[in-house]
Design a binder for this molecule. Sequence first.
Ligand code: HXC
Length: 258
Amino acid sequence: STFEHIIVESKGAVGIIKLNRPKLLNALSFGVFREIAAAVDDLEADDAIGCIVVTGSEKAFAAGADIKEMQPKGFIDMFSEDFAAIGGDRVARCRKPTIAAVSGYALGGGCELAMMCDFIIAADTAKFGQPEITLGTIPGIGGTQRLTRAIGKSKAMDLCLTGRMMDAAEAERSGLVSRIVPADKLMDEVMAAAEKIAAMSRPAAAMAKEAVNRAFETTLAEGMSVERNLFHSTFALEDRSEGMAAFIEKRKPVNKNR
Ligand code: HXC
């Protein structure tokens, strides 16, 4: 498919969704969210792809939902279109592993989009925040929910109530991002991680992801039960018997993704 606001490409087994509205710091319009959803559909349906990277430009991952587009809207417009949820939910529902590669601003809907990915690798230039309150609104696609679960109540309240930005070091310290990389090395590091993940057993990766995500949604007892069921399920995978045989035979496993 061809897109207007994003660039989608694949490198080996990694699919890359690059937000491409540089003049507007990748402001997330209705169109951008719709294209992100379509791109995830395409990449998820593509058997060659084992991991998906979502990224922006050097200056901005995304500076939030498109304020100019939102300004004239009323309740019924936002309620009926529910545009941000369409794109965002699609990323969160993706069964293939997803990595957000964040350089520069990840604000408002941009921070929320990054949090919809499985994990965030940040450039040392990254800045995260939920500045919606400065516009008289509040986060609408996870900024009060995923952020609170990721970094705890006190810091989430601080960010959502003051609208301030936190830098990459603070974001790593508080558990929002998994690693910080020098800005000029960001894509190398992200692609290396993505390629590594894409080379794993695909069904095992999907199960690992599903199990970790359950920790976000449910009680410990229920999460443990889901984990155990999925763990037992891996013993039905050819990749599991091959993986263990390869270890014993001191060789690399050959995954069949089944
Ligand atoms: C529309 C935006 C934008 C946005 C930046 N631009 N952010 N346009 N929506 N969210 C535009 C600017 O208007 C400007 O366009 C151009 O991008 C460059 O931005 P500048 O402000 O000139 O750059 P700079 O001075 O470097 O400041 C960067 C910035 C600032 C600190 C990131 O742009 C900023 O504060 N942006 C808004 C951040 C924000 O409030 N995000 C939350 C949005 S609400 P022109 O045409 O003037 O050159 C939200 C709700 C989510 O996300 C809930 C559901 C999705």
